[in-house]
Design a protein around this ligand. Structure first.
Ligand code: UVW
Length: 343
């Protein structure tokens, strides 16, 4: 059985709640973190969610963000005629892509963000460029996304928390927002545990160990065709996400989520805040180190959830089978999720 946050065995030099060593087996360091919650029994139970014969893609186009993000290049997609390339005298095409894995829908691997004190990643690993520059997954000792493939990718039950739809419905009922206005994801809402639990109850869905938690704020749909005022708001860095607190980290661990994801910029609200409520620098993220480094729980960001929301509102079903297979590149830090919601 998996201990709760407060009962996790102490790890020398690390705060309570560090899950390093928990999934190590046969003297080998674990590289897959909370994907270990997805035992064959848990996955077999998740298959039962797929019964309506409908699937919804959760992947935003690679080039969906049309404005610059510092340090994150726009994707380059080169289409090549095989005839021009001198490969074929007949008809045929290839393409090449070059992109930053953090600019559209993505998984953050357990190497994306380290614990700020020890500077170590999940399971006490030291991330170095040399360590990541491997040519095979077998020689890769770092907890990156390519290790998902030996376990068959991610296949799990997923619970969808449609924060935007819930907020809009509440606001309309209470007359909180002007007519025609809806929830704006760049006005700094910090989603609380109590709100997540309230929305789950409102949507008539419960959490089970091994679930993926998926939260919609309306971010990707706002960024698809942003108005100047949306971009101005984005520039103010008041970005909705779940509250970045130790209490939230503890709740996410105690629910035994195998991963968390959403349509928001960083999953956690930005800017980060201290426990005392003081605004902190962007690099002082709170949930990134707790989830990625301490727990081994991957974070999905900028997933495209509008069609999913429409389907769930139409059917009243907020749980489904989720499949996701990252790119299979040795030492991969981030990846498009290639995620499908299957009903
Ligand atoms: C931020 O940009 C803050 O998060 P990430 O690096 O996970 O995209």
């Amino acid at each position: 059985t998996i201990p709760d946050f407060d009962d996790l065995p102490p790890v020398e030099g690390m705060p309570q709640g560090c899950a390093w060593g928990l999934f190590d087996k046969d003297g080998k360091k674990d590289l897959r973190g909370t994907l270990n919650f997805l035992t064959p029994d848990v996955v077999a139970a998740a298959y039962k969610e797929a019964r309506d014969g409908v699937s919804v893609s959760l992947n935003w186009p690679l080039n969906a963000v049309k404005f610059p993000i510092p340090g994150r290049i726009d994707p380059v997609h080169n289409v090549m005629s095989l005839v021009e390339a001198g490969v074929s005298s007949g008809q045929g095409w290839d393409d090449e892509i070059h992109f930053n894995t953090q600019k559209s829908s993505q998984w953050d691997s357990l190497c994306h963000w380290q614990d700020p004190v020890s500077k170590l990643a999940y399971n006490g690993t030291q991330v170095t460029k040399e360590g990541l520059s491997v040519s095979t997954t077998e020689e890769n000792q770092l907890p990156t996304l390519d290790h998902w493939h030996s376990g068959g990718g991610l296949v799990a039950r997923c619970v969808f928390i449609d924060y935007k739809a819930w907020y809009d419905a509440q606001a309309a009922k209470e007359g909180k927002m002007g007519e025609g206005t809806t929830f704006h994801p760049f006005e700094g809402h910090r989603i609380t545990i109590s709100e997540i639990e309230t929305i789950a109850a409102h949507q008539n869905v419960t959490f089970k160990p091994g679930d993926v938690l998926l939260i919609r704020t309306g971010t990707t749909e706002t960024l698809e065709n942003p108005k100047p005022e949306d971009l101005a708001k984005l520039g103010q860095m008041q970005i909705t996400g779940v509250e970045g607190t130790k209490a939230m980290a503890k709740w996410l661990w105690n629910k035994r989520f195998s991963a968390v994801a959403g349509d928001s910029w960083a999953f956690e609200a930005l800017p980060p805040m201290s426990e005392e409520g003081e605004v902190m620098a962007l690099e002082q993220l709170v949930l990134h180190p707790w989830l990625l480094a301490m727990f081994g729980m991957c974070i999905g960001e900028l997933w495209d959830l509008k069609r999913l929301s429409e389907h769930c509102q139409k059917t009243g079903r907020y749980s489904f089978l989720l499949t996701s297979a990252p790119l299979h590149i040795p030492g991969l830090i981030g990846s498009p999720p290639n995620a499908l919601a299957i009903f």
